[in-house]
Design a protein around this ligand. Structure first.
Ligand SMILES: [Zn+2]
Length: 85
C-alpha cells in the first residue's frame, strides 16, 4: 500500500491552476513542459497528480516509442504486428 506524504498547501487561482511545489517537482524530476495526469478518488475527496510517462498501447513498454493513429506503439510491437501480416 502506498504512503501519502503531505508536501505543502497551495491555493487554486482564478483559472483553476495550482503550483506544484518546487521540492516536489525536484524530487520527481518534473521539468517545464512535462505532462502530468490526474486521478480522482471521490470517496477520499482527493486528487493524485502523477508524472506522465508515455507507454506502448500494447505492452506498456517505455522504450523506442512511435506514434501510430494517435497511439504510442513500441518498436517490438510494430515488428510483431508486421509479422502477422
Ligand atoms: Zn509494445
Amino acid at each position: 500500500m502506498s504512503v501519502l506524504e503531505k508536501r505543502g498547501v497551495r491555493q487554486i487561482d482564478a483559472l483553476g491552476r495550482v503550483v506544484i511545489p518546487i521540492d516536489v517537482r525536484r524530487s520527481l524530476d518534473m521539468k517545464i513542459g512535462d505532462n502530468v495526469e490526474f486521478f480522482v478518488d471521490s470517496s477520499q475527496n482527493s486528487v493524485t497528480i502523477k508524472k506522465y510517462v508515455d507507454s506502448c498501447t500494447f505492452c506498456g513498454s517505455h522504450e523506442k516509442l512511435r506514434i501510430f493513429e494517435n497511439k504510442s506503439v513500441c518498436k517490438n510491437c510494430i515488428k510483431k504486428l508486421s509479422d502477422i501480416g
